[in-house]
Ligand binder design. Structure first.
Ligand code: ATP
Ligand code: MG
Length: 415
């Protein structure tokens, strides 16, 4: 074969696309209940937007972005995540001036040049929400509640909510000092990535999945023990709201987010069914980002969820919706006159939202019946030369096998 889809990219074929449509429909419906409105931002942006908002020292910016020069020699990047573009649009269109709290959601493809493996692609798809404009812990609880609610709406039961606070610029440096001090003798034992993280972005070592690094980090000081008064109170309130909403959570002291702009609340929904890449959805506060991108100091919180991983879990839990929209009617024809009649009928019936199909390959009646069967048509209408002469056609119910004659005049009314 001459051409193939690129490594780490997938075609979504018709046999699966309806499952995605069903999933997306349920997610959209749930998100709308929480009064988030959809935003669609471009798939590529200036490289600097991502470098600034995700952080120079992150894995994404260091090694995962698809960056290229356009004809005008500007550096552009295929979006590796959704938040940067949403906040850029929020600022560009002054959405904050129209409403003090802006609740947005998005769906779409994201691009990261990572090593493809189970649950990890180079073009993957996310949906996410962003609530921009409030520091209220009740908003954290709403966003977390929404992520959990989406899992339930889809029928996923095998997941666990991990919760942590990663502090703010007031308390984080104090922890950082203690942490670096604790780790300084252990650096030699760490993987290459973590050696770099130690210099650039130490907290991110907690993200490492390698056994050796996890072992070295076992007794390392964790952020939660160093929270300032404000962060501590915020965290307590978030937990109180979650308790009030009866949402179970696991306080995961080693949970950190991969992106620089996160502050305070961090959370992830994880599923054991996924193996190493076990995070379905990750989110948290990013109180510093709007200002970082040139806006006023504006607290915000959101999450992003990986659709492919939801699909994997749903497949494993055997909960993937199998309800395909099948053909309502296949019209089998014999002869040109019958075909013309079929074309006119189909046009009318489609006006009535009936899914119809006919034969465009000049097949025998037998082959047309076989095709109708293959496409799981609910009914077949057979129009042959004899039938036209009599002004009638045969309507066959494919479930019961029952056949009856129907007057051509009455066909439109029969559906
Ligand atoms: P991971 O733990 O897999 O490295 P991450 O911290 O890079 O995730 P985020 O940037 O928070 O992930 O993205 C949110 C979600 O998007 C993830 O929880 C995951 O479900 C999904 N996701 C991220 N990267 C990929 C990828 N390369 N392929 C498929 N899904 C992905
Ligand atoms: Mg990643």
């Amino acid at each position: 074969m001459k051409y193939k889809a690129l490594y780490g990219t997938h075609d979504l074929l018709p046999e699966d696309s309806f499952k995605w449509q069903n999933l997306e429909e349920k997610v959209r419906k749930t998100i709308s209940l929480y009064n988030y409105k959809e935003i669609r931002t471009p798939i590529f942006e200036e490289t600097d937007l991502f470098a600034r908002s995700i952080g120079q020292d992150t894995d994404i910016v260091q090694k995962e972005m698809y960056t290229f020069l356009d004809q005008g020699k500007r550096s552009l990047t295929l979006r590796p995540e959704g938040t940067a573009g949403v906040v850029r649009a929020y600022l560009e269109h002054s959405l904050g001036e129209k409403s003090p709290l802006v609740k947005l959601f998005y769906f779409g493809p994201m691009f990261r040049q990572e090593r493809p493996q189970k649950g990890r692609l180079r073009q993957f798809h996310q949906f996410g929400v962003e609530a921009i404009g409030s520091l209220e812990p009740s908003l954290d609880a709403e966003v977390i509640d929404l992520s959990v609610k989406i899992c339930y709406a889809l029928g996923i039961t095998d997941f666990k909510l991990h919760l942590n606070s990663i502090g703010c610029p007031v308390c984080r440096p104090i922890h950082r000092d203690k942490f670096l001090n604790f780790m300084k003798d252990k650096v030699g034992e760490l993987c290459e990535d973590c050696k770099t993280r130690f210099l650039r972005n130490p907290l991110r070592m907690f993200d490492c999945k390698k056994e050796g690094c996890i072992e070295q980090l076992k007794d390392a000081p964790v952020m939660i023990d160093f929270l300032c008064e404000e962060c501590k109170n915020h965290y307590i309130l978030v937990k109180q709201y979650l308790d009030a909403l009866k949402i179970d959570y696991f306080e995961d002291k080693t949970l950190v987010r991969g992106l620089d702009y996160y502050t305070k609340t961090a959370f992830e929904l994880k599923s054991k069914l996924l193996g190493t890449q076990d995070t379905l959805c990750g989110g948290g506060r990013y109180d510093l980002l709007v200002e970082e991108l040139g806006g006023k100091n504006t607290p915000a919180i959101g999450f992003a969820a990986g659709i492919e991983r939801f699909v994997l879990v749903l497949k494993m839990e055997e909960k993937l919706d199998l309800e395909e929209k099948n053909l309502d009617l296949f019209i089998a024809t014999l002869g040109d006159e019958a075909r013309t009649l079929a074309m006119k009928l189909i046009k009318d019936l489609r006006e009535k939202n009936i899914i119809c199909e006919t034969d465009y390959l000049n097949r025998s009646l037998k082959a047309q019946m076989k095709e109708a069967n293959r496409q799981k048509a609910k009914k077949v209408l057979i129009i042959g030369e004899d039938e036209i002469k009599k002004g009638k056609a045969i309507l066959k119910d494919m479930d019961s096998g029952e056949q009856k004659e129907i007057e051509l005049e009455k066909i439109r009314g029969a559906f």
